[in-house]
Design a protein around this ligand. Sequence first.
Ligand code: ADP
Ligand code: NI
Length: 218
Amino acid sequence: MSNEEVVAKTAEFIKNKFANDSTGHDWWHLYRVWQLSKHIASKEKGANMLVVELAALLHDIADHKFHGGDMEIGATEVGKWLRKIYVDSKTIEHVQNIVRNISFKGVDHKIELNTLEGHIVHDADKLDAMGAIGIARAMAFGGAHGRLIYSPDIPIMENYEFEKTNTSNSTGIHHFYEKMLLLKDRMFTRTGKQMAAHRHKYMEEYLKEFYSEWDGTL
Ligand code: ADP
Ligand code: NI
């Protein structure tokens, strides 16, 4: 099978698998991360595109949060699929390493992504939680979890600890401070940093508009 066929088959597999997903990782998130990854890779140069495209498509294949905390579940599923379509073991291991480290959450787990391909897919995934799309995703997530878009009764803390603040006492706007505004400083690639700066500025402007409308002054 050519690399193009391997990528096309994987996209089709993932599109079917995530057609009705309600965990926040629907097919279109994976599609956007795939497109973003290709764009970043085209600017950064030198990346193994088969690894980049497969890792982008497969990065959310199985979330440990829904599998009894099994931290290896993503890598296991990746291995099963890629062996089935006869991808070579070196490529499989690299993709597994990226999937394993991108999905790691929690303070005890330092992100161990040390390849260009890993950095590219990581930045693409984080960019999709920023900007216009990131705002829409946060509001959709909030709605699905019974949260308000905003409440001035809930104080906004000064220092949120990244990915440690999934409390019920939160809103869509609070999520900006919990995560979305912290992402620009976590990018690895030059292109990722540039794109994050643009999306960050947009989110700051959005917040200004939001608060003015809230107060009825705009
Ligand atoms: P990722 O795909 O980066 O691993 P998550 O699984 O943590 O992200 O979240 C999926 C989407 O839902 C992201 O856009 C994220 O910002 C959003 N989200 C996660 N937690 C919250 C929350 N507490 N409130 C609002 N949105 C959230
Ligand atoms: Ni993702």
